[in-house]
Design a protein around this ligand. Structure first.
Ligand code: SAH
Length: 337
């Protein structure tokens, strides 16, 4: 099989170009060789006119299921380049694929379902995703293919998370963030997590650390699924979990302080004063902030620290894009005394 020998720094753009020209040999894996990368290409005269050395080498085959890696490249067979621009990111939650379909692609729903099933042969449901609504942050979904259900079990960070997208919030994209927090938490800590949902943060932390965690959630459906999730993971958990159904703004008044408070605050809710008042050493406070207002956000936190007589260091981390120029951010607040 031929392979193109390309300097490492050019590998990505050349790979994209090859894909566009339909010359990329996606069934095989590229290989690093010093400062070069050997890119698999098809046995086609076109590969000789690209200005790179062509070697004859047997690059390893990819496992079958990785061949169609990306929805966009699969759909390039059926959608026009113009239509492809409207394609949104999608998520796979357990065996449910969820995708936003803009009006420009409504007429292509069947092709999109075909593409998703090709990339993820194990999915059983494809759902179209609307926006988060109301205090419980539940999204509006409609099933466009497969079994008529929005419940599934999602695996992440070594735990199983039961979700019901029609009744409770869940965001699989926070996987890395949950892992990060689990690394920060130390054995023996007492941790409070209000706005806990179906308790993904709680489970991941309790999976890795011997801690006592208190979770608070207002949506009764989410709270109940959270209890099921404790049972589902019982054997894997090192930590202990106490789960409370109720309004964080009332329940927290009755609770003691904690070493660490993690607040996955719902958008539009200001729980800063409340959650900081319950934290002894650390507060991780999530919010949605315009990139030009990150400095202001930091000042607001420092003001609140001063108001509560706490000396704090604040570091703001961008966690994900929410919409253009607006990020979901996490303020890691270290309370010195
Ligand atoms: N931590 C979860 C959920 C985050 S979404 C996760 O990452 O998946 C925010 C959650 O806060 C929702 O589940 C919503 O029902 C809950 N919520 C909203 N207002 C609340 C309140 N006043 N008290 C407790 N929970 C609340």
């Amino acid at each position: 099989m031929p392979a193109l020998k390309v300097p490492r720094t050019e590998a990505e753009p050349v790979k994209r170009k090859l894909k566009k020209l339909n010359l990329y040999g996606g069934k095989r894996r590229p290989k690093r060789e010093g400062d070069f990368v050997l890119l698999p290409v098809l046995d086609d005269p076109g590969v000789y006119g690209l200005g790179y050395e062509v070697l004859s080498i047997e690059l390893p085959l990819r496992p079958e299921r990785q061949i169609y890696k990306n929805l966009e490249s699969v759909l390039a067979e059926r959608l026009t380049p113009e239509e492809l621009k409207y394609l949104r990111r999608y998520d796979v939650i357990g065996d449910i694929a969820v995708i936003q379909i803009p009006p420009e692609l409504e007429h292509r729903v069947d092709d999109i379902v075909w593409g998703l099933r090709k990339v993820h042969p194990f999915i059983k449901v494809v759902a179209k995703k609307g926006f988060h609504e109301g205090a419980f942050r539940i999204r509006d979904y409609s099933i466009i293919w497969g079994e008529k259900r929005l419940t599934t079990v999602h695996k992440e960070n070594g735990v199983e998370i039961k979700v019901d997208l029609s009744r409770a919030f869940f965001n699989p994209r926070m996987k890395g963030e949950r892992y990060r927090l689990a690394q920060l938490v130390k054995d023996g800590e007492r941790v409070l997590i209000p706005f806990a949902g179906v308790i993904p943060y709680v489970l991941v932390i309790a999976r890795y650390k011997n801690v006592k965690i208190t979770a608070v959630e207002l949506n009764e459906e989410a709270y109940k699924i959270g209890l099921e999730n404790i049972e589902l993971n019982r054997k894997r958990l090192k930590g202990e979990i106490e789960s409370i159904h109720g309004d964080a703004f009332e329940v927290l008044q009755e609770l003691p302080t904690f070493d660490r408070v993690i607040s996955p605050t719902p958008r539009g809710v200001d729980a800063l004063a409340l959650t900081l008042s319950k934290a002894r050493k650390w507060l991780h406070y999530y919010d949605f902030v315009h990139e030009e207002k990150i400095g202001e956000f930091r000042e607001r936190i420092l003001d609140e620290c001063r108001r509560q007589g706490k000396e704090c260091n604040v570091r703001i981390k961008k966690v994900s894009d929410f919409k253009p120029h607006v990020f979901k951010v996490c303020a890691d607040v270290k309370i010195l005394e």
